[in-house]
Design a protein around this ligand. Structure first.
Ligand SMILES: [Zn+2]
Ligand SMILES: [Zn+2]
Length: 638
């Protein structure tokens, strides 16, 4: 006999009885709403035979687990529609993923958009026939035999890799799939889905194995949710930094120069310069010293830092004049050398050394992605050297600084993840218990005090120290990894980083790495997608576009341009012999915040007609008045 607790009720059932039947009897409303259940914390479907006692709860369809069941079941439905249309196709795997599902097929030719439409239609037809998902069990050898006979070589390989003596299958209509579950009970629950794309994918991600065709799709409990999701995908496509970057001529990548290496064009560079100037000014204001360090260093330095041991697969090595150099993958050892250039008294601490330091790290070409994943990038890096007593204050300062910076760039939503060591494996970490306790305690207190939502990730810390990562939410509600504050108990030991205490003795210093924006390249991608290329005036690559109506105003335009340039305003003049309407449209395409229309009247009155991107036509304004207003707006960084 099996005893179950369901929604406060205690229930007895025969071993092997069907979970769905049990649910229907004891909790009919829940059965109607639910897609699956959780038995002792594990997700199971209603077709699962009962084999253990414990607590059973219902999974609502819009919970992450419920959505995964819905989406994975839709993957089965898709596979059945594919098999109907392409009986020769061989099946690989079809899991639920974040935001949807996919299924991999071995087919003679890639699927076309027309194929996807036909498959989607087939899915709806099969779903409406309302087949039940029927769970079956086969002995491992039987399953192997059956898949081999059917020519399903991928399924056979999967079974071969399973240790279990028996495997479960799920069948709806004519279609049977090897699967552990869970699934919805009937195909009619699968209504609101969409196939979104198709791409090549190697079997088991191995480029030596066959290339399969992966169809991606998504499913939701309601049509409204599905449509909203599809709209978000469209919006994300429109904002894709690679698309916007090309349309606004912000940056490029050249295969002849190498993948993952970014060329910042004048308009992209203007934004970067603005970010850098702001970054430097704020660092100086907050007591950092700024440095520049070389791009290469002898391999011996990287041996001492431990990078050749732990990081070699990401490093570029150079041999010149019989000496081995490394293109720097990190700035840290360089800042340590600067710190160690002289003795530091406790009175001088904390020392905060910052640099916009360009580093190079090898990444496989398959993972490179626009500005977001590159091989050469500039970190907004800094290293803080301080005493134990100063740790908490420094962390508080860094977190406050981070929020200030990110809020200035228009980000309001933050999520913090605190990575601490696994308390059961303390011996695997470098540094003393006292150091770890101090660092983790200070990080957690500071994060708590900030009121930001945070998650404590046990065992996620790297071996040399705990850290916090800060993710920012953009205009579409997507998260971007941005800031990191990381303790290091490794480098100070390897380089004997110390200070002279009030007792006249040398003491090891605490060392914290921190990057507020992460890398300028990745942060630029975030900015582009957050604003969709429609930057606020202080960041806009061109802040003012001058538009002449006739040749008579060209000298006036030149005069205004010179005046604005002298105020540090980024201005361009469109003096082509085009119609005013065409010039306005072109400036709108470039999302320029202000257009100044210069005609006969403006020239006579020494005024400008202002067209603001945000507010539309603002009418005529004296030249000086406009300049003052604009300078104030830029300084406000709004
Ligand atoms: Zn399945
Ligand atoms: Zn560092």
């Amino acid at each position: 006999m099996i005893t179950l607790d369901i929604a406060g009720q205690r229930l007895e059932a025969e071993e092997g009885s069907n979970l769905g039947e049990l649910f229907k009897r004891s909790y009919p409303q829940g059965f109607k709403e639910g897609v699956a259940a959780k038995l002792n914390g594990r997700v199971v479907d209603f077709m699962t035979p009962l084999r253990e006692s414990g607590s059973l709860e219902l999974i609502p369809v819009d919970s992450p687990e419920g959505l995964a069941v819905l989406r994975h079941s839709t993957a089965h439905l898709m596979a059945s529609a594919v098999m109907k249309l392409f009986p020769e196709a061989k099946l690989a795997i079809g899991p639920a993923i974040e935001d949807g599902f996919y299924y991999d097929f071995d087919v003679d030719r890639p699927f076309s958009p027309e194929d996807l439409a036909a498959i989607e239609k087939g899915m709806h037809d099969i779903a409406q026939e309302d087949h039940a998902f029927v769970r079956g069990e086969l002995k491992r050898d039987e399953a192997l035999d059956r898949f081999k006979k059917q020519g399903e070589k991928y399924k056979a390989e999967l079974v071969e890799g399973l240790p279990d003596p028996s495997v479960s299958t799920y069948t709806h209509s004519f279609f049977t799939d090897l699967c552990r579950g869970p699934h919805v009970t009937k195909t009619r629950f699968l209504k609101h889905f969409k196939l979104t794309s198709v791409a090549g994918a190697y079997w088991r991600g191995d480029s030596n194995r066959p290339m399969l065709q992966r169809i991606y799709g998504t499913a939701f409990p309601t049509q409204k949710q599905l449509e909203e999701h599809l709209q978000r995908i469209e919006e994300a496509k429109l904002r894709d930094h690679r698309r916007v970057g090309a349309a606004l001529d912000l940056y490029s990548v050249h295969e002849e120069a190498g993948g993952g290496l970014i060329f910042w064009h004048p308009h992209g560079a203007a934004i970067r310069r603005t970010v850098e100037d702001f970054w430097k000014a704020e660092h100086l204001r907050r007591g950092y010293t700024l440095v520049y360090t070389p791009h290469i260093a002898l391999v011996d330095l990287w041996k001492q830092s431990g990078h050749t041991e732990h990081y070699a697969q990401n490093m570029y090595f150079l041999k010149v004049d019989e000496k081995d150099y490394v293109l720097k993958p990190m700035n840290c050892p360089f800042h340590v050398l600067i710190y160690k250039g002289k003795k530091h008294s406790y009175r001088e601490l904390p020392v905060r050394i910052g640099e916009l330091g360009t580093v190079y790290r090898f990444e496989r070409s398959g993972v490179l992605h626009g500005l977001a994943r590159v091989r050469g990038f500039t970190q907004d890096d800094a290293h803080i050297f301080c005493t134990a007593e100063q740790v908490e204050g420094e962390l508080r300062g860094v977190l406050d600084f981070t929020r200030f910076m990110l809020a200035t760039f228009g980000f309001q939503h933050f999520k913090v993840e605190l990575s601490v060591r696994d308390p059961k494996r303390k011996e695997d970490y470098l540094g003393s218990d006292a150091e770890w306790e101090l660092a983790e305690g200070a990080l957690e207190r500071v994060v708590k005090e900030s009121g930001l939502p945070y998650k404590r990730a046990e065992g996620e810390a790297v071996f040399y120290g705990p850290k916090i990562d800060i993710k920012i939410g953009d205009a579409l509600g997507r998260d971007w990894q941005c800031s990191t504050i990381q303790f290091d108990f490794n480098l100070p030991r390897r380089f004997e980083v110390s200070y002279v205490g009030s007792d006249g003795q040398e003491h090891p210093a605490y060392m914290v790495h921190r990057a507020l924006l992460g890398s300028l390249e990745r942060f630029f991608a975030t900015l582009i997608e957050h604003y969709g290329g429609d930057f606020p005036v202080w960041l806009a690559p061109v802040q003012v576009q001058l538009i002449t109506i006739a040749d008579a105003q060209v000298p006036y335009a030149a005069e205004i341009k010179e005046l604005l340039l002298s105020k540090g305003i980024r201005v361009e003049a469109d003096v082509r012999e085009e119609k005013m309407g065409a010039k306005i449209r072109d400036a709108e395409m470039l999302k320029i915040p202000y257009m100044l229309i210069l005609g006969r009247k403006e020239l006579e009155e020494r005024s400008v007609s202002v067209r603001s991107r945000k507010k539309g036509n603002e009418g005529a304004l004296g030249l000086q008045a406009f300049v003052e207003k604009l300078v104030a707006e830029i300084e406000s960084r709004q």
